[in-house]
Design a protein around this ligand. Structure first.
Ligand SMILES: [Zn+2]
Length: 49
């Protein structure tokens, strides 16, 4: 099972708050609602490399 790690960055302030393991064969970008401690609320977080 091939997995790769990606960081999730807040789309509001740009800080990288989370890392997740994901399927290496997946091509579309992850976008998740996560809590950002910099923004103090849940924001959309996108996969970075
Ligand atoms: Zn933020």
């Amino acid at each position: 099972m091939a997995e790769k790690k990606v960081a999730l960055a807040c789309t509001v302030c740009g800080s990288r708050n989370y890392t997740v393991s994901t399927n290496a064969n997946r091509t579309e970008r992850l976008a998740l609602k996560k809590f950002c401690k910099h923004c103090g609320k849940h924001t959309l977080h996108r996969e970075t490399r």
